[in-house]
Write a protein that binds this ligand. Sequence first.
Ligand SMILES: [Zn+2]
Length: 213
Amino acid sequence: MLKFIYGTMGSSKTAQALILAHDIRTRMHRRVYLLKPSVDTRSPRIESRLGISADCLTFTPTDNVLDIIFAHGDTDLSTPVSAKVAVIIDEAQFCTPTQIEQLREFSTCDLADVFCFGLKTTYKAELFPGSRRLLELADSIEEIPSLCSCGAPATQNALFLNDTLQTTGPDTIIGDTEYRPLCYNCYKAALADAARGGNTPHGRKRNPGKPRV
Ligand SMILES: [Zn+2]
C-alpha cells in the first residue's frame, strides 16, 4: 500500500508522520523506517514544530531508496510477509519520480506499507515532480486540512519576501519563515498586490499586542 498524505506548510504533516510511526511500532509491533530526502538540510532528524522529533535515514536524489532501507535493516525482497514493515517518508515532495516508483514497487510486494508525507505544490502553485508521481501512483491520497489567516481552508504555499509574494525562483527553497499557507482568494489578492509592487502582509500572523491602524 502506498499512501500520499499532503498538506500546506504548517499543517502538522511532520507531527502526524511521527505519531503514525509511534502507533505502528507500539500497537502493531512492526518495524518502521523513517526517512527523508537529504535536500532538506535543516536537520538530520525529523523534527516537528510541535516539539517532537525522531532519528531518520536520509537519501540523496541519486540514491535508490530501497538500498538505503535494506542497508539499515533486515528487510529484503525475500523477507516473509509476516515481517511486513512500514516506511514513512517526510518531505516526500523532494523525492525524485524514480524514487517514488521504487517505493511503489516495494509497497506492491506485500512486504511494506509506504506512507509519504509532503507538500503537493511549490510556492509557484505547481506540482513538485515527486508529488506529481505520488498523485499518479498512490493507492490512497489524503489531505491534512489547514487554515488561511482569513479562516478559509489553506491550499497554497505562498512565499513572501519583505511581505511581497514570490512567484519565480528555484523550487526547493528550504525553510519556512517566509512561507504562509493561504486560501486561493488570499493568494490571488497577494498576486495582484505583488503585480502592483505592494507589500500588504497577506496571511501574516498579527501581533495582538499592537493595535492596527
Ligand atoms: Zn484566506
